[in-house]
Design a protein around this ligand. Structure first.
Ligand SMILES: *Cc1c(COP(=O)(O)O)cnc(C)c1O
Length: 481
């Protein structure tokens, strides 16, 4: 069994085993002709259920054969140009190399004595990101597991910096299309049920700052305390960007923490054409970025950044066995002092390898390409009488719905769109997402694959129309019979 431990004597086995696995995946990537096989839960479950975990196979090739059956064959492949659904990106090769290195070395980023160079690499990437944001020299931050954790940590700091200890009085302001992790965070932070005040959006799905101003004033008038305003820079559903300069102004006026949730829009930090869309972000107190969304990094890769490093002390606890207080005066950098996690992956290495190989412009160019494609997709949809499209994209998201000529019942149109999405998924020809707008079912493309073309978009729109028409035809038959 010791031959399975990775060490000096097994280096050759490691090389062989990983190469075997890499070859399977490479072959898979080269031959996937659809983003999905369309397998159902009921069809796939028995393959996994029948495996006896107490009966190991003892052979890599056999385990990989089995993996084909339980995972690789039916996985959803984000690298396929017709995967157009959620905020998942195809990944860049330097980052995948980083992933392989970091798990083999297995550094843990909590303390210097478990990561050494890793700690400094992470800190340099945090500084680099802060410079892109436009924060000053007092800025800091830490890598996290994802945007949800980053938002939680940012709001924790905001709560600790708030002007009252009475958590029942605290209020967070976020738009109606902000991410649900804001509400989840409020719950985890022990705030009241009414803690998150929802601010309406304008026709472009951007927070209405007039409404925000009114709610902040009402909050103060009611003797409550504004704890934070969450501005979303790239809403999950629409890619819309809240007006950062106006929000920053209001935060200053009401002495309130400004958090920018740029989980999606952070790709703009490296964009060659669209960086100005983030103007005002430098006035935030904290920022969430998800490199695993718009920097083409494998999950997980995310960070929370703060304008003033002193605020990170709210996440600091000392343990004698790990990070005793004296280490602070000895200036030994222990990242655990800034993190909600203890043992923590060296995810930063993936971004490091990416920047050292491709450079920031390389990533920015890829993100610009998908934003350009969304603009083209918008023109296609706007010109297509079969479809209603919601907002002109700022980033790379398109929300639309099929509107059959002959049908006026909105509930029937909802059902046709829902049916089309499910039928498309079951066919595996393409994967699209869905959402609700004004209570009605819409479909969504999140374009994060630079390999996707306008022809792909056209083809998928034709497939959707075909499925929707099929549903409506059958529906007519049902009525007739
Ligand atoms: C995806 C997303 C999140 C959550 O990030 P995870 O990495 O999935 O935890 C938060 N905010 C916005 C705007 C997002 O799009």
């Amino acid at each position: 069994m010791r031959s399975h431990l990775l060490n000096d004597t097994t280096a050759e086995r490691y090389r062989r085993t990983v190469t075997e696995g890499v070859e399977r995946v490479a072959a898979k990537l080269a031959t996937t002709d659809r983003p999905f096989t369309g397998v159902t839960v009921d069809a796939l479950s028995p393959h996994i259920e029948k495996i006896d975990l107490d009966q190991p196979l003892h052979d890599t090739a056999a385990v990989l054969d089995e993996l084909e059956d339980v995972y690789l064959r039916d996985a959803i492949y984000f690298h396929h140009p017709r995967y157009l659904a959620h905020l998942n990106c195809p990944v860049v090769i330097p980052a995948v190399l980083g992933e392989a290195v970091l798990s083999a070395v297995n550094s843990s980023l909590d303390t210097w004595d478990q990561s050494a160079g890793g700690t400094l690499i992470e800190r340099k990437l945090i500084d680099w990101t802060n410079e892109r944001i436009g924060f000053g020299p007092a800025a800091d931050g830490v890598f996290t597991s994802g945007g949800s954790q980053s938002n939680l940590q940012a709001l924790l700091l905001a709560r600790e910096e708030a002007k009252t200890d009475d958590t029942a009085k605290l209020r967070i302001f976020a738009s109606e299309v902000s991410h649900f992790s804001v509400k989840k965070s409020a719950k985890l932070l022990g705030l009241g049920r009414d803690a998150v005040v929802t601010i309406p959006v304008d026709a472009d799905k951007r927070m209405q700052t007039m409404a925000l101003a009114r709610e902040l004033e009402r909050c103060r008038h009611d003797g409550l305390v504004p704890m934070a305003v969450v501005a979303t820079s790239g809403t999950t559903d629409f890619g819309s960007i809240d007006p950062l300069p106006e929000i920053a102004e209001l935060c200053a006026q009401y002495d309130t923490w400004m958090h920018v949730d740029a989980a999606y829009g952070c790709g703009l930090l490296v964009s060659l054409k669209r960086r100005a869309l983030l103007n005002g972000i430098e006035r935030a107190d904290s920022v969430t970025v998800d490199y695993h969304k718009s920097f083409f990094q494998p999950v997980s890769s995310s960070a929370v950044l703060v304008r003033d490093k002193a605020t990170l002390r709210h996440a600091t606890y000392h343990a004698e066995y790990l990070n005793p207080r004296r280490m602070v005066t000895e200036r030994i950098p222990n990242q655990v002092d800034k993190s909600l996690q203890t043992t923590r992956r060296f995810d930063a290495l993936k971004l490091w390898m990416t920047l050292r190989t491709m450079g920031a412009d390389g990533i920015g160019q890829l993100f610009d390409e998908v934003c350009d494609l969304a603009e083209e997709g918008w023109r296609l949809l706007a010109a297509d009488p079969r479809y209603d499209v919601v907002v002109e994209p700022r980033l790379s998201t398109l929300v639309y719905r099929y509107i059959p000529e002959a049908v006026t019942d909105p509930a029937e149109i909802d059902r046709a769109n829902l049916y089309a999405r499910k039928a498309l998924f079951a066919s595996g020809d393409a994967v699209v997402a869905g959402t609700k707008v004004g209570g009605r079912h819409y479909l969504k493309f999140t374009l994060l694959n630079p390999e996707t073309t306008a022809e792909d978009i056209t083809a998928v729109l034709d497939l959707i129309a075909g499925h929707a028409e099929q549903y409506l035809g059958e529906s007519l038959d049902r009525v007739a019979s």
